[in-house]
Design a protein around this ligand. Structure first.
Ligand code: ADP
Ligand code: MG
Length: 454
């Protein structure tokens, strides 16, 4: 077969498979020739070889036959023209028995840098993050994939990034043979756009399809970014098909991410979707105690009065990042002024943080948010209607009022159109009961909580 026949076949291919496909997949092929009845080509990467064989093998064969050649099959090999280390070039040895390297063995795998502090050891486990932690541990074992993807979601500062880094750290020591790539969705997009611009989309695809564990943080970022979503979807599928582990984080559940394609949502829901709940008092105290231990080593001799940590755990309920910031500031301040850390000192030094955390959620606010969420009228929330479509949201609102305000049951009753406190109690119990079995309800409530806390 001559370049000329291939040229003719190529022109026909361009017509039949379209310009885009042609540029991406056919143009980079290099003709080797006919070996018997086999038409042989070279592709620059392993990924390309597989893709072209699978998707364009037949069209290529068809067009070659039309030129009058007898072609039984098309074979695509990976080009040997890859950069070879200088040492190998100068060595006069015969073609060395180089191990049949994976096509991307010497490709770089730069992800985002990992924070050395974000390990499992430094992660404090409590009720709100128990399941997320257990799932992350499982992935970090590097064993066979049991759920794919692991989807971690929750509000800001609840430990999603911490857990992902912890997985990466653990895998690095336990399974150094695995290629682990961690990056934010934003970086994914950035690299994708850059690859498009530099016409290195094949390298990009190759790189992302050659990892063993892919972790993408804050995936909500790609919502509404169409071509990045598309690419992410293909990467995702290719890896899942190969049985590679994927870990994703987002600030909300897959179904709640606006402008994310339906097919992506449903793929994301295929694995294990785990919610990091807002911290509770015990978890906050645990975190404060752990971090305080570390500070004691850093500031020897600094004293802390009893009750300070309890006070902070009680008052700073926003998120762990704020909690940590408060403690850091407190230690730095106390060591600067050379005083013991007392309640008074904490109050003075953390005045602004404490005031910001003081924002109280009101019953009206809860009723309004719940009504909006379920699309019912605010007046129906407090009115007498008993149909389920209204009664249920009303009970959700009662439940949230009990949890998020300091109001008593009779007070709450009064604000729900003068209902008796036993009605409120019944409503709260009902919701607690349903939450054990109704995951949709549990998600609704988690979402509403986040809305109220933000
Ligand atoms: P997210 O990614 O969910 O916004 P991060 O993982 O960045 O949150 O966590 C914010 C900060 O809080 C980090 O410094 C992290 O180490 C700390 N943190 C969060 N949860 C915990 C926890 N359970 N134990 C210890 N530190 C935590
Ligand atoms: Mg994060």
């Amino acid at each position: 077969m001559t370049e000329e026949t291939w040229g003719r076949a190529r022109n026909e291919l361009l017509k039949s498979i379209g310009k885009n496909n042609f540029t991406t997949w056919i143009e980079p092929l290099r003709l080797i020739g006919l070996e018997g009845d086999i038409a042989v080509f070279e592709a620059p990467t392993r990924f390309m070889r597989d893709w072209v064989s699978r998707n364009f093998g037949e069209p290529i064969q068809r067009e070659l036959r039309k030129t009058g050649l007898s072609v039984e099959r098309v074979e695509i090999r990976v080009s040997e023209l890859r950069p070879v280390p200088a040492a190998e070039v100068t060595r006069p040895a015969p073609a060395p028995a180089r191990k049949p390297a994976r096509a991307s063995d010497d490709a770089e795998l730069p992800g985002a840098p990992l924070d050395a502090r974000f390990t499992f050891d430094s992660f404090v486990v409590g009720k709100p993050n128990e399941l997320a932690h257990a799932a992350a541990r499982r992935v970090a074992e590097g064993g066979p994939v049991t759920f794919n993807p692991l989807f971690l979601y929750g509000g800001v500062g609840l430990g999603k990034t911490h857990l992902m880094h912890a997985i990466a750290h653990d895998l690095q020591t336990r399974r150094p043979d695995l290629r682990v790539l961690y990056l934010s969705a934003e970086q994914f997009m950035y690299r994708f756009v850059q690859a498009l611009r530099d016409r290195q989309i094949m390298d990009f695809k190759e790189l992302f399809r050659s990892v063993d564990v892919l972790m993408v943080d804050d995936v909500q970022f790609i919502a509404g970014k169409d071509s990045t979503q598309e690419e992410f979807f293909h990467t995702f599928n290719a890896l899942v098909d190969q049985g590679k582990q994927i870990v994703i984080s987002a600030d909300r559940a897959p179904g709640e991410i606006k402008d994310l394609e339906e097919r992506i949502k449903s793929r994301l829901q295929c694995g294990l979707v785990v919610d990091l709940h807002p911290t509770d008092y015990e978890l906050r105290l645990g975190i404060l105690q752990t971090k305080t231990e570390a500070y004691r080593a850093q500031y020897p001799g600094l004293k802390m009065a009893d009750g300070v940590l309890e006070f902070l755990a009680h008052r700073i309920t926003t998120n762990v990042r704020v909690l940590e910031g408060a403690l850091t500031r407190l230690f730095a301040f106390a060591s600067l002024v050379g005083k013991e850390i007392t309640l008074d000192l904490a109050q003075e030094c953390l005045n602004d943080i404490l005031r910001a955390s003081d924002r109280k959620v009101t019953i009206e606010e809860i009723q309004r948010k719940v009504a909006e969420h379920y699309n019912v009228r605010l007046s129906d929330m407090i009115g007498p209607k008993r149909v389920r479509t209204i009664a249920r949201p009303r009970q959700v609102a009662m439940y949230l009022c009990k949890q998020h305000t300091t109001r008593s049951l009779p007070e709450i009753g009064r604000r729900f159109g003068g209902r008796d406190h036993t009605t409120i109690m019944h409503g709260i119990r009902k919701i607690e009961e349903l939450m054990a079995t109704d995951s949709q309800l549990t998600e609704d409530i988690a979402l509403l909580r986040r809305l109220l806390e933000s």
